[in-house]
Design a binder for this molecule. Sequence first.
Ligand SMILES: [Cu+2]
Length: 297
Amino acid sequence: MDSASSYSVLVDKTFWLILGSSIIMLFAITATMIWFVFKYSRKRNPNPAQIEGNAILESIWTIIPTIMVLIMFFSGWAGFKVMRNIPEDAMEVTVYARKWSWMFEYENGVQSSVLVVPVDKNVKLNLVSNDVIHSFYVPAFRLKEDCVPGYDNVAWFKAIEEGEYNLFCAEYCGDQHSNMITKVKVINSEEYDTWLVEQDTKPIGIDILSINGCTACHSLDGSKLVGPSFKGLFGITETVLTDGEERTITVDEEYIRRSIKEPMADITAGYPPVMITLPNLTDEDVDAMIQIIKDLK
Ligand SMILES: [Cu+2]
């Protein structure tokens, strides 16, 4: 597998050390056991002598395994120490995890649904959850750290090779958990600077829906997901539950605005009440979203 962060070799070293010694122990113990079954069988030893213990042997099988697990511990601890010590010069990215997508916010306020970082640069991640526990997991970086609601968790990495790497949620977080998959894009620093400026200056487009996680539950093509599709939604009449009572509404600007800002106010009949409030939406963002939904006729 790709080994693409500055500390991934440390994790790999510990992994192979534990796996290697486990395999050696497995074969050594199994072979000894089989040998003993033959050598000390009742047939070969009709009158066995009573053994009272052997101090030297018992010391050996206590001391050697203790040394072995201590070696494993120190190897793991050496890597853990590096992973928990965040370099002072790291650039910061805030990671928002929510049911069921990721959003990344950079130092200049730019947001994206794919994590874009420059190669050979220390990156500090502020891990935030907007709802339940998620886990930020990039196998190629050997990095897995939880996003816990109400707790400011952090992690860091330095990508050492340009490329695209999978980013998963590694903590079961509800029925669309497996949709929490995106990419880390590692590019050179000039490309990164250009990208950041480009994102900052471009007008709000349809990607605002994926960045804010809307499309995890609302399709754009009419198919039914966790929530109603945005296609053909504007202008239709819907039955909704308001404080537990059914009423009929028309999907207009005001209704959409209220549904974004207070997702629990009206629940469309036949859908679960699972939508969360997005804390970092501006009025401009909401207006843009309404316009996009209006256009998806
Ligand atoms: Cu998750």
